[in-house]
Design a protein around this ligand. Structure first.
Ligand code: PMP
Length: 381
């Protein structure tokens, strides 16, 4: 059977390394309980919808012009939000944004990766990173995690010294496992990154904090280390805690120099006037949009606890510690059968990462009840 990309390659000069590749695709299925892509289950409140609609209508009045290329208004809104959320005060020039943190990550790879350079991460982790690396001709290497998905500070530092990566990608909380990065590990990675020599410069360390707002009490954000590390970048997104995945607004905080490097590789006017207007309006309602984060964290903790009390054939389920809006659990002999059984009962979750493990996003209490009931039926817990 020929794949889509092999068929294309016969007719068009597709790059050889893309010939066996498929487009990214978590299934987008129309089922009652969607718990597969870590979305926020709550729709925006009417007052927020009204404000976004008014801001977009206003922006539409000047759509004949290109948008503000530097979007400093939106960058100030993001800096103000981070100041309130984490107590770290940044200037707008230290913020960057793009169409989802996916695009921010592509900017990072375009600016600091490339032929002859390596991006290093630790598996299992977010599956898109390796694709950005491939697209930017950057070599990709994923080091190991411990059995509980945490990182070993010493081993990580040794690997960095050996590999000499230009980019080190850490995800905290990590996807798909939900585990947060320990402060000691980050300190050790930053130290090792400082000793890397890429044409006389240290490695760039990226901490992807897409799920940061869901972290448990006492877990710090890497934002606190920005002032002392000009080679550190922290990425965030409005897709998860802000309940605005459809907006496509991801952002990054770093030193001015690092942000200026990203400005070189971005496409001209990459953030539409509509996106800028909608995102700025949504930021003005940050408190309302984030109101459900507390509830989702509590539901997450209840779900993890519930899963930990279940056994399959006498063996307790393993459930990773989660600081995110999802839970990662296993180990099932045939995880596809469990996934399929849940789908047949109207509950869509995700088969991702090491064999036997499944990931469920945290939805409303009713959605989690539907998930639990279906899981009990299918897995015989
Ligand atoms: N980073 C991580 C760890 C993610 O899980 C995701 C989305 N699932 C993203 C980045 C991308 O998010 P977005 O492009 O919607 O900002």
């Amino acid at each position: 059977m020929t794949t889509e990309s092999q068929r294309i390659a016969g007719a068009l000069p597709l790059r050889p390394e893309l010939r066996d590749e498929k487009p990214y695709g978590a299934p987008q299925l129309d089922v009652p309980v969607l718990l597969n892509v870590n979305e926020n289950p709550y729709t925006p409140p009417p007052a927020v919808i009204e404000d976004i609609a008014a801001a977009v209508a206003d922006a539409a009045g000047s759509l004949n012009r290109y948008p503000d290329r530097e979007f400093l208004g939106l960058r100030k809104g993001l800096a103000d939000y981070l100041g309130r959320e984490s107590g770290v005060h940044l200037v707008p020039e230290q913020l960057w944004a793009a169409n989802g943190s996916n695009e921010v990550m592509l900017h990072i790879m375009s600016a600091f990766g490339g032929p002859g350079r390596t991006a290093l991460s630790f598996a299992p982790t977010y599956s898109m990173y390796s694709e950005y690396a491939r697209n930017t001709h950057t070599a990709w290497l994923a080091g190991p995690r411990r059995d509980d998905f945490s990182l070993d500070a010493g081993e990580a530092a040794n690997l960095i010294e050996r590999v000499q990566p230009a980019i080190i990608l850490l995800t905290s909380p990590n996807n798909p496992t939900g585990t947060a990065l320990e402060q000691g590990v980050l300190a050790s990675v930053l130290e090792a990154a400082g000793r890397v020599d890429i044409d006389g410069a240290p490695a760039v360390v990226v901490v992807d904090e897409a799920y940061a707002e869901f972290r448990r009490e006492g877990v710090p954000s890497a934002l606190e280390l920005l002032a002392s590390h000009p080679n550190l970048a922290v990425t965030r997104t409005m897709s998860k805690a802000f309940a605005a995945a459809g907006l496509r607004l991801g952002y990054l905080a770093a030193s001015r120099d690092l942000v200026d490097a990203l400005r070189i590789v971005r496409l001209p006017y990459h953030l539409s006037a509509i996106t800028q207007a909608a995102a700025s309006a949504a930021l003005r309602h940050a408190d309302v949009l984030l109101a459900q984060v507390e509830e989702l964290r509590a539901e997450r903790d209840r779900t993890v606890e519930w899963l930990r009390q279940r056994t399959v054939d006498g063996t307790p389920l393993r459930v990773a510690d989660s600081d995110a809006n999802f839970a990662y659990f296993g180990v099932f002999e045939d995880r596809h059968r469990i996934w399929q059984g849940l789908l047949e009962r109207g509950v869509l979750i995700r088969e991702v990462g090491p064999a036997g493990w499944l990931r469920v996003s945290i939805g409303t209490a009713q959605e989690m009840d539907a998930f639990k009931n279906a899981l009990v039926e299918v897995a015989g817990l």
